[in-house]
Design a protein around this ligand. Structure first.
Ligand SMILES: [Zn+2]
Length: 499
């Protein structure tokens, strides 16, 4: 998530008047039903009465029963059933018109304001503070933000996946000031107001988003690292980040453990992860959902290829974040997605390059007569982004981290073949319950590299290999896994011995 410079909308006076009237109507009808128990039954007669009193039909039709939760100063709460409005009560022609969408799309440079995917035309206008229904702690309640339904500063343009996660949600650090926008402390980051990179960064190898705010406190308390020391440490060793901070199901996404996981669990004993805005934003918006990871890994692959064109003079310059973005966008010929990830990849490569340059310098000085392979020492940064495997088994990391073996219940005794699948969002469904119907296993990239891979689509079956897949373009590989059955043939250990 990158900060976005807000540019105010300039609606004409007609639009302004319509928005003001609609806002007043929402305010009035909510006050009306709140004070008169007559309407608590919501019969047709009640609705007719409201209509006679002059309220808009759209609002009356969308009055529903809601559970309202109220908190006292000690944090205790009680629930009450009240009449409130549902989402359809807000008129999208006023807050999500073509004009508004175009304005926000241009302001966001065609990106989702949250996940940074490229959405030149498919963006959805979403309320930052939900105006009618608030989903809070798994309860639905009447939102206190009704008057912000047509407030342009309460809008954000996002992709449809982020919309699914965000819709109706606006968590706060404490419920105490809920509804008082000048006092409440939001947990979700706002790309228009917050320095988002202070809270969320990306692992330059796996593309996973992590909570930098929590890492900072952990590193300070546990290793006494200052912010600049931590910055350097993160680019030197991305695996420093405790895997708990990715805020997603580790087993489903095959996220490797970090050396710091144990220390982090210990540190966590008297901390509340739910008070970290970076962590909660990743969790609420599901910023490590698997389909997003596929796209991020494909992006890492393309910027790694384009990074080869960086020459030494550029590497020695102190580049600002905006200069890094501009350089990559110029080289790639397309723009604007995953900017924050691009910055993290570049800074990681730069640090790795400097380390390898320094160590080569030392090597050169120590072995004056030996020839140093210039390919070895200077290829930047593609060599550095490769996994540490032997040369013949090079598979881009984004492919490695997507593909897994899947063994279904009826195939537990099988040893001659193993299904290969590409992880998707729905795979979160597996792997946590005791009665799970299938098992995911990591692919042994060294041991199974020579095994034959078979692909069966609707017409025929054909053979391929990991090396062939690695040489294909990412979208083609994804296409194979979405439209065909894929398995590897080899000598595998059965998970259950034949009875
Ligand atoms: Zn998004």
């Amino acid at each position: 998530m990158m900060p976005i410079k807000y540019s105010p909308l300039q609606p004409d006076s007609n639009e302004r008047l319509k928005a003001a009237t609609a806002t007043q109507q929402i305010k009035d009808i909510l006050e009306r039903v709140a004070v008169n128990s007559l309407y608590q039954t919501l019969t047709q007669k009640d609705r007719d009465l409201l209509f006679d009193e002059g309220y808009a039909g759209t609002l009356i039709d969308n009055l529903v029963f809601l559970t309202l939760r109220s908190y006292d100063s000690d944090g205790h709460y009680s629930d009450d059933i009240v009449v409130g409005l549902n989402d359809f009560a807000v008129d999208p022609s006023l807050y999500s018109s073509r004009y508004v969408k175009q304005h926000f799309t241009a302001m966001n440079h065609c990106r989702c304001a949250y996940c940074e995917t490229y959405i030149p035309s498919s963006g959805v206008v979403c309320h930052i503070r939900p105006p009618v229904v608030l989903k809070n702690n798994n309860k639905i309640q009447q939102s206190p933000y009704g008057v912000l339904a047509y407030d342009y500063e309460n809008l954000v343009l996002i992709c449809s996946d982020c919309y699914t996660e965000k819709s109706g949600v606006f968590p706060l650090i404490s419920e105490k000031f809920r509804g008082d926008v000048t006092k409440e402390q939001p947990l979700l980051l706002n790309p228009f107001n917050d320095s988002t990179r202070e809270f969320i960064r990306f692992n330059p190898i796996t593309g996973l988003a992590f909570a930098l705010d929590a890492v900072k406190d952990f590193a300070k308390d546990t290793f006494h690292l200052s912010e600049s020391e931590l910055e350097s440490e993160l680019y030197n060793n991305p695996n420093f980040v405790p895997s708990q901070l990715y805020g997603c199901d580790k087993s489903a996404l095959a996220i490797p453990s970090s050396d710091n996981d144990k220390a982090f669990s210990k540190w966590m004993i008297d901390k509340k992860l739910s008070s970290y805005r970076g962590f909660e934003t990743i969790r609420y918006l599901n910023l490590n959902r698997s389909f997003l990871l596929i796209e991020r890994r494909a992006h890492i692959n393309s910027i790694a290829c384009c990074g080869q064109k960086i020459d030494d003079s550029e590497l020695n310059k102190e580049l600002a974040d905006s200069e890094i973005i501009a350089w990559f966008e110029h080289q790639l010929g397309y723009v604007h997605r995953f900017q924050s990830l691009t910055i993290d990849c570049f800074r990681f490569w730069l640090q790795q390059y400097n380390i390898s340059a320094t160590s080569n310098e030392v090597k050169k000085n120590n072995t004056k007569n030996a020839t140093v392979d210039s390919e070895e020492s200077e290829s930047f940064p593609i060599k550095l982004s490769r996994p540490k495997l032997n040369e013949k088994a090079f598979i881009p990391e984004w492919i490695q981290s997507l593909l897994m073996y899947m063994v279904i219940e009826s195939e537990l005794t099988m040893g001659n073949k193993r299904r290969i699948i590409s992880l998707r969002n729905s795979d979160y469904l597996y792997g946590t319950d005791n009665d799970q119907k299938c098992v995911f296993l990591p692919i042994d990239w060294q041991g199974d590299f020579e095994n034959v891979i078979k692909v069966r689509d609707s017409q025929h079956t054909w053979e391929t290999s990991f090396s062939e897949l690695a040489a294909s373009i990412p979208l083609e590989v994804l296409q194979i896994f979405s439209s065909a059955e894929v398995w590897a043939e080899g000598d595998y250990a059965p998970l259950v011995k034949t009875p």
